[in-house]
Design a binder for this molecule. Structure first.
Ligand code: M6R
Length: 606
C-alpha cells in the first residue's frame, strides 16, 4: 500500500518520478505528490494523472527527488494529507509507506514543543521528528527518530540543504534500491517500477537503511552496523508491465492464462514418469514427507487459492490441511509443532497479515513455506523453502493470472506431496499429462469470449448477484464473487451450493441472479438440484458448465460452456469465464477495472 519512488542522478527528476509513480499506482491511488530538490513539492488529490496536470503549472527543474502515491490510512485523501510531508520550515521531506503506531504520543510531545501540524497523518509526525533532530546529518537524525518509532515503514527522506542525497529505511514495508549506471540511483517500493532503468537491485531487509547518492550507496542497519550488500540481478520482461494493445491490464492478464501455466510448470513436470520437480522444496523434502498436517495461510484471492489447495491436497495426496486467513491466524493460538508446516500463498509476497503469520510460525519453530509470485519479496525471503509462481508482474489490482498460477502450483504441489504418500505413478501421470495440455485448451477458450461478454452486458445493471459451486468449484464461486465485487462494485455473495437452503436462499427472487458453476462431475446432479431450488424462487440463473453436460440447455436462463478437462484441472478452466464476466460487467458499468476504488494491490498494512 502506497508507492514510493526516488531518483538521484544527472537527468531531470520529474519525468522519471512520474513514470515511476505510474508503475506504482496499483499500490494506492487516492493522491500523489513529489518533492524535487531545488524546486519544492507538488501534490494532487486523485491519480498520478492529476499530479501530472499540477506539475504543468509549476517549476519542477531538478535532478533529485522523492515521490509517493497514497492509499490513505490516517486522514482522508486531500492535498494536505498527501506525501511528501515536511516539517514547518521545510528542512526535511519524507515519503512513507506503513503505519507509525505511536504517532499520537510523538505528536503530543512535538505539539508541546510548539510544532504546528498541517495534516492528519502519522507521516507528518515523523517528518517533524526528524527535522527536530536534524543537525546537518540526515542519516543520524533519521536513526535517532526511528529509534523512537513503533510501527511499520518504508521511507525515503531528503534534506533541503543536501540535495544530492536520499536516505531510505525499512521496517515491514518494502524498499528496494535500484543501481543505475555510474551517475544515477533509484529507490522504489517494488522493483518492477525500476525495470525501465535497471535490473540491479539491493533489497533492504527489515531494520536496514541506505544512504544513496548519484554514484554511491551505503547500507547499514538502522542501529548503524555495516551491511555488505551487492546488487542482485532480476530478469523480467519489461513488456509484462505494459498493456501491449489491450484496453486494460486486467484483460491482458486474463489472456495470459495459458502462458502463465506454461511458465509455472516449465521444467517442473515429467508426465511420463508421473513426477514433479520443485527445486525450492528439495532441501525440505524429507521433512515434508513426515509432516502430519499443513496449514495454508493467505488473504483475498490467495486465500481462495489456498482453499482449493486444501481440497486438492487432502483428496489426492491424503495429507490433512487447514486453511486460514492471514489476518485471523496471526492473532490465534497456533497449535502447530514440528510435525506440521505453514504455507503462505501470496502474489506480492508483501501482504502484512500473511507475513505476520509466517513470522509467528517461524518463531514457534515450524517449517515455513511459500507459494510466491514476486521474486525476492519479503515472504519469499522469510520462508524456509517454497515455490515461485513465475506468473510475471501482475499490474491490475484484481488478481487474475496470479490466481491461475496459484491453482497450477497447487496441482504441482498436490502431485509432489502425493507421490511422497499415497498417489500412484499412473494417477500422477494422468494429471500431469492433462496439465501439460491445459494451456492449449485455454488458448482455444480465450479465442472466442463473445458469449461471456454478452451475458455480462445482460446482467451488468443488476444490484446483487450470488455465486454457487460445490467441492472444487466452491472456492471458484468465492473467487468469482470477489472478482465481481472488486471491479463492478456490485453486491455479490458466494456459497457452496448445498448451503443455500440453510438461510441465504431467503434473499433470492427475480432481481437476484445466481451464477452457478456446475461442470458435469461427481456433484453435478447435486448442483442441478440446487439450481432447481433457485429457479423455484424465480431467480435468474447463469449456468457455467462443461460442453455436452446432460440437460444443461434447459436448466438456466443463460448457459456458458467450457471444455471438460481432468477433474483436478476443471477449476482452473472455470476461473477464466468468471474473471472475464467480472471484467466485462465492470467495463459495461464504466468503471476503472484496473484500479478499483478503495483498493491497493499490495496490502502492506494491517
Ligand atoms: O499479494 P497477495 O496475494 O498476498 O494479496 C492478497 C490479497 O490482497 C489479494 O489477493 C486481493 O484479494 C486481490 N485484490 C484479489 O483480486
Amino acid at each position: 500500500m502506497c508507492g514510493i519512488f526516488g531518483y538521484v542522478g544527472s537527468k531531470q527528476a520529474a519525468p522519471i518520478l512520474v513514470s515511476g509513480l505510474q508503475k506504482l499506482e496499483y499500490r494506492g491511488y487516492d493522491s500523489a505528490g513529489m518533492y524535487i530538490a531545488g524546486a519544492g513539492s507538488v501534490k494532487a488529490v486523485g491519480k498520478v494523472a492529476a499530479l501530472v496536470a499540477e506539475l504543468e503549472t509549476k517549476q519542477s527543474a531538478g535532478t533529485a527527488g522523492i515521490a509517493h502515491t497514497r492509499w490513505a490510512t490516517h486522514g482522508e485523501p486531500s492535498v494536505s494529507n498527501s506525501h511528501p510531508h515536511s516539517d514547518t520550515a521545510e528542512k526535511i521531506w519524507l515519503v512513507h509507506n506503513g503505519i507509525i503506531e505511536n504517532y499520537q504520543a510523538l505528536k503530543n510531545e512535538l505539539l508541546e514543543a510548539g510544532v504546528e501540524f498541517v495534516s492528519q497523518t502519522d507521516t507528518e509526525v515523523l517528518a517533524q521528528l526528524v527535522a527536530s533532530l536534524y543537525k546537518g546529518d540526515l542519516k543520524s537524525a533519521l536513526q535517532e527518530a526511528l529509534a523512537r518509532v513503533h510501527g511499520t515503514y518504508g521511507i525515503a527522506v531528503m534534506a533541503t540543504d543536501n540535495p544530492g542525497q536520499i536516505v531510505v529505511a525499512r521496517m515491514g514495508s518494502p524498499i528496494v534500491v535500484g543501481v543505475g549506471d555510474d551517475t544515477e540511483m533509484f529507490v522504489a517500493s517494488d522493483p518492477s517500477a525500476l525495470l525501465e532503468y535497471t535490473n540491479q537491485f539491493i533489497y533492504l531487509e527489515d531494520s536496514e537503511m541506505a544512504v544513496i547518492e548519484a554514484d554511491t550507496y551505503t547500507v547499514t542497519s538502522i542501529a548503524g552496523e555495516a551491511r555488505a550488500k551487492s546488487p542482485e540481478l532480476v530478469l523480467h520482461d519489461v513488456s509484462a508491465v505494459q498493456k501491449n494493445g489491450y484496453d486494460h491490464f486486467m484483460l491482458k492478464e486474463i489472456n495470459e492464462a495459458a502462458e502463465v501455466i506454461r511458465n509455472s510448470t516449465r521444467g517442473r513436470i515429467d508426465a511420463r514418469a508421473g513426477t514433479v520437480k520443485l527445486g525450492g522444496l528439495e532441501d525440505v523434502a524429507e521433512t515434508l514427507a513426515t509432516i502430519k498436517r499443513l496449514t495454508i495461510v493467505g488473504c483475498g484471492s490467495a486465500y481462495y487459492a489456498g482453499q482449493m489447495g486444501r481440497l486438492m491436497i487432502e483428496e489426492y495426496a491424503g495429507l490433512p490441511v487447514e486453511i486460514e486467513l492471514g489476518s485471523e491466524f496471526r492473532y490465534r493460538r497456533n497449535l502447530g509443532d514440528a510435525s506440521s508446516a505453514v504455507l503462505a500463498v501470496t502474489q506480492s509476497g508483501e501482504t502484512a497479515d500473511t507475513l505476520a503469520s509466517i513470522v509467528a510460525a517461524k518463531n514457534l519453530g515450524q517449517l515455513t513455506l511459500g507459494i510466491v509470485n514476486s521474486v525476492g519479496s519479503t515472504i519469499a525471503r522469510t520462508t524456509d523453502a517454497g515455490v515461485y509462481n513465475h506468473a510475471g508482474p501482475e499490474i491490475a489490482v484484481a488478481s487474475t493470472k496470479a490466481f491461475i498460477s496459484q491453482l497450477t502450483v497447487f496441482v504441482l504441489l498436490t502431485v509432489w506431496l502425493g507421490r511422497q504418500r499415497e498417489m500412484g505413478g499412473e494417477e500422477a501421470s494422468e494429471i500431469l499429462t492433462a496439465l501439460a495440455g491445459l494451456p492449449d485448451v485455454i488458448e482455444m477458450m480465450l479465442a472466442d469470449t463473445a458469449a461471456i461478454e454478452a451475458v455480462a452486458r445482460k446482467y451488468a445493471n443488476s444490484r446483487d448477484m450470488m455465486f454457487i459451486g460445490r467441492q472444487l468449484h466452491a472456492p471458484i464461486a468465492y473467487e468469482g464473487s470477489l472478482k465481481l465485487k472488486e471491479v463492478s462494485y456490485l453486491h455479490a455473495e458466494a456459497y457452496a451450493g448445498g448451503e443455500l437452503k440453510h438461510g441465504s436462499i431467503a434473499m433470492l427472487g427475480p432481481d437476484f441472479p445466481v451464477f452457478a458453476i456446475a461442470p458435469e462431475d461427481a456433484v453435478y446432479a447435486k448442483m442441478v438440484s440446487n439450481i432447481e431450488e433457485v429457479r423455484a424462487r424465480k431467480a435468474p440463473v447463469i449456468l457455467l458448465t462443461t460442453e455436452g453436460a446432460l440437460g444443461a440447455d434447459g436448466l438456466a436462463d443463460d448457459v456458458l460452456y467450457m471444455p471438460k478437462v481432468h477433474s483436478i484441472l476443471q477449476p482452473i478452466i472455470a476461473t477464466i469465464p468468471l474473471q472475464l464476466f467480472a471484467y466485462y460487467v465492470g467495463v459495461a458499468r464504466g468503471l476503472d477495472v484496473d484500479q478499483p476504488r478503495n483498493l491497493a494491490k499490495s496490502v502492506t498494512v494491517e
